[in-house]
Design a protein around this ligand. Structure first.
Ligand code: PEP
Ligand code: MG
Length: 773
């Protein structure tokens, strides 16, 4: 590395103030390409370099590609492998590389031999966020030893300053490239039917829109008719927006009481904010056309938020975009221009988090199609709770559907009809009407559930959102077998306080009064991401700091939740606290200790609480099978979470469509593991229930009854069907059947027995889901 100053340079301080301005311009006036080009020019100018290049890291290929460069067009390579040449080396080590004479280190040369041998000096610094590679910034000069230590510092500072903006730029470019480069996905001809996996049942027929998070910029692009918009249109749009938000808020109070007051907080604040809408009004009064004023101010704020190092602050951009989009839509309507919107659409999306679902619900989304497996299991669970049909497809071309293409989703059968003929639409409407009538009838459920030979079975409800409790009660759930407390956490933008949690749990206990409630402590981490947690990225989140491990590492959060539960349950009759993802006896005892300490603390504070909660655990990990005896001595009850039990037993990501054929709940190891667990718990006199998806899948019902499961916890809508199926099965038949399945070592054998119509007939389950007619 050289220290010789060999060329004229500017004051580096100016570089940073210029860059600040540039970053702020990113989302307003510049395209992404222009932004990168301007950045490169600015860095080159300030460092007195002859060339500055920006490389971006392309994760799928593991290569860097040249995204912008100053100076003459390079005839060299525009894609470089990580570890290859100066640039690749810098990115692989995440360290600066400074070479006085490039040719001196042939192993590090990253371009093809430069015939004119123009550039002797090269300085490259990585652009990264922690361990996450974003790209590299390179400056070059024809003189040897052109860059010194102070240039390295300056370039490093520039890269960190530009990092966030460049990361966003890369995301946008990826989006363009995804849509453009590579084998062009074919347009879908009208009348096509595509198969998809069902994640939330239902039916929807609506115009499609493609959901692009953080990609609503195009909505701000001027339309020819915008010139006719008046300041009065803008004021009317603000009023209309405020009214709509209030109506949405009260609608939410019914659908999502745990978060109603929070969803639009930012919107309302911004609507009233002097520096937001106030600034727009001033600009309009000074003569800026209303649409331009709106997009100008919005862009300024978007850029500010995007430059935050905190993810939860960057997330707020979605709220701004949503608000601005609403105002723009209302303004164009006020000015009698038609504009397409995301309201009442079927959304096609590449990736969604639970918090995105809320935005879609706010727009009354009719259905969701997720393309390419970009989801988490909790998106499916949330969609089911909100009764939004959700299909998962591998067909990338769905992301290219022209806006407003009519789409029919049959999320009972797993079919997507693109631009279907009206005849098909009519048939579906009729079918849906008949289904609704049948569903109304099927709500005739008995208070108690019995097998054909009269053995009592308890049906409980899985509750994710408070709005599901009335249905669970109407359908005579005998209690709550699993309340997933993570949902209020997942759908918010900040941790709910102890009091906020108390209010949510109290409502649950009050509404289920007289019935047992199993409340599960927070199960986040892994795929259940809390954006406001700012957690360090993990290479294997499913095997990382998640669930009970997370809670034990954050005693403050754990204790606050336990205190909220104990206080809320003061008047409840049968309260059971359950820990998720327990992997050992030690972990269970450690978690239980937190409850015991909270009880002590609350008693010292003289707070009225439920002082004798049952304390139990979920069985989700294969590691607990061998220690069930000892766990049964320690825990008051168990609930089997088959979703994770199968995932971890078979090492198959439960949300990854590409490996879904390996996710076999009927795998002999799963079946035998379940049998041992249930046997030991029952011998020890401990309650054991099942609350994973297997609990409502009719095809598994005879086996589960056969091995001794007598408590099933399922999403409320499955209760009538489950009761009806159980009443057709006699336990003798179920035991015989389970024995046969348990004796078979291969998946194929087990599948054949499960598909045998003679068994279906014996159980009276012919024609039910999973069984052949
Ligand atoms: C399970 O793993 O089966 C379960 C019920 O928990 P969750 O689906 O919330 O992970
Ligand atoms: Mg689980």
């Amino acid at each position: 590395m050289t220290r010789t100053k060999n060329r004229g340079k500017c004051n580096h301080l100016h570089l940073f103030s210029d860059m600040n301005e540039l970053t702020a311009l990113l989302v307003s006036t510049l395209t992404v390409d222009d932004f990168l080009k301007h950045s490169a020019e600015m860095v080159a100018r300030h460092l007195g370099a002859q060339v500055c290049s920006i490389y971006l890291y392309d994760e799928p290929s593991g290569e860097l590609y040249l995204a912008a460069s100053t100076g003459p067009e390079t005839s060299g390579r525009t894609r470089i492998g990580v570890g290859e040449g100066l640039v690749g080396h810098c990115v692989s080590q995440l360290k600066p590389v400074c070479e006085g004479i490039v040719d001196r280190s042939p192993s590090l040369v990253h371009f093809e031999p430069d015939p004119e041998n123009v550039y002797q000096s090269s300085l490259v610094v990585p652009i990264h966020r922690g361990p996450v590679r974003i790209g590299a910034l390179e400056v070059r000069h024809e003189k040897p030893d052109a860059f010194d230590e102070s240039d390295i510092m300056a370039l490093l500072a520039a890269s960190s300053q530009l990092g966030t903006a460049i990361e966003n730029a890369r995301m946008i470019m990826d989006m363009h490239r995804d849509g453009g480069a590579g084998p062009e996905p074919q347009a879908i001809p009208p009348g096509t039917v595509l198969r998809a996996a069902i994640a939330s049942e239902g039916y929807a027929y609506a115009p499609a829109a493609v959901y692009r998070k953080g990609g609503a910029q195009h909505l701000l692009e001027p339309l020819p008719d915008d010139a006719a918009l008046t300041p009065e249109d803008f004021r009317m749009a603000l009023d209309a927006t405020s009214e709509q938000l209030q109506a949405l808020q009260s609608g939410f109070a019914r659908r999502l009481p745990e978060s109603a007051s929070l969803i639009f907080t930012t919107h309302f604040m911004m609507l009233k904010d002097e520096s937001f809408t106030g600034r727009m009004i001033r600009l309009i009064e000074e003569g800026t056309p209303p649409a331009r004023a709106l997009s100008q101010v919005a862009s300024h704020y978007t850029a500010l938020l995007l430059s935050s190092p905190h993810e939860y602050i960057r997330e707020k951009v979605n709220d701004i975009e949503d608000l601005v989009f609403r105002i723009m839509r209302n303004m164009r309507k006020a000015g009698h221009h038609d504009a397409s919107s995301g309201v009442n659409r079927i959304m096609v999306a590449g990736r969604l988090f639970p918090s995105d679902i809320l935005r879609l619900v706010a727009d009354n989304v009719q259905g969701i199609i997720l393309v390419g497996g970009g989801t988490t299991a909790h998106v499916s669970i949330l969609s089911r709770s909100l009764k939004i049909p959700l299909l998962m497809s591998e067909r990338d071309e769905l992301l290219l559907l022209p806006e407003d293409t009519p789409v029919l989703m049959d999320a009972y059968a797993g079919d997507i009809y693109v631009n279907p003929p009206q005849k098909i639409v009519r048939q579906f409407r009729e079918r849906e009407k008949a289904r609704n009538m049948a569903a109304r009838k099927s709500t005739d459920v008995s208070a108690q559930t019995r097998t054909k030979d009269g053995v009592r079975v308890r049906l409980l409800a899985n509750i994710n959102l408070l709005s599901e409790v009335p249905l669970a009660r109407d359908l005579k759930a005998e209690g709550v077998g699993l309340y997933r407390t993570e949902f209020p956490f997942l759908i918010r933008s900040a941790f709910p306080s102890e009091t906020e949690q108390y209010l949510i749990y109290k409502r649950l206990f009050d509404e289920m009064k007289g019935r047992p409630v199993i409340i599960r402590t927070l199960d986040v981490g892994g795929e259940k991401v809390l954006p406001y947690l700012d957690a360090a990225p993990e290479a294997n989140p499913e095997l990382g700091l998640r669930s009970i491990r997370f809670l034990l590492s954050r005693r403050d959060i754990f204790a606050a939740q336990v205190r909220a539960i104990l206080r809320a349950a003061a008047d409840a009759c049968d309260v059971r606290i359950m820990f998720p993802m327990i992997s050992s006896l030690d972990e269970f005892l450690e978690a239980r200790q937190v409850v015991l300490e909270s009880l002590d603390e609350l008693s010292r504070e003289q707070v009225t609480v439920c002082d004798k909660p049952s304390i139990g655990m979920m069985i989700e990990l294969p590691s607990v099978v061998e220690i069930m005896e000892e766990l049964s001595d320690a825990a008051d009850f168990f609930s089997i979470g088959t979703n994770d039990f199968v995932q971890y037993m078979l090492a198959v990501d439960r949300a990854n469509q590409r490996v879904s054929r390996y996710y076999a709940s009927h795998h002999p190891s799963v079946l035998r593991g379940l049998k041992r667990i249930v046997e030991i718990a029952r011998n020890k006199g401990k309650d054991i229930s099942i609350c994973g998806e297997m609990a409502h899948e009719t095809i598994h019902l005879p086996f589960l009854l056969g091995i001794g499961i007598r408590r099933f916890s399922v999403d409320p809508q499955f209760l009538p069907r489950l009761q009806e199926s159980i009443s057709r099965i006699s336990l003798d038949d179920a035991r015989e059947y389970a024995e046969i399945l348990l004796s078979r070592p291969s998946l194929k054998d087990i599948q054949e027995i499960m598909a045998d119509r003679r068994w279906a007939e014996r159980f009276g389950l012919q024609g039910q889901a999973g069984y052949r007619e």
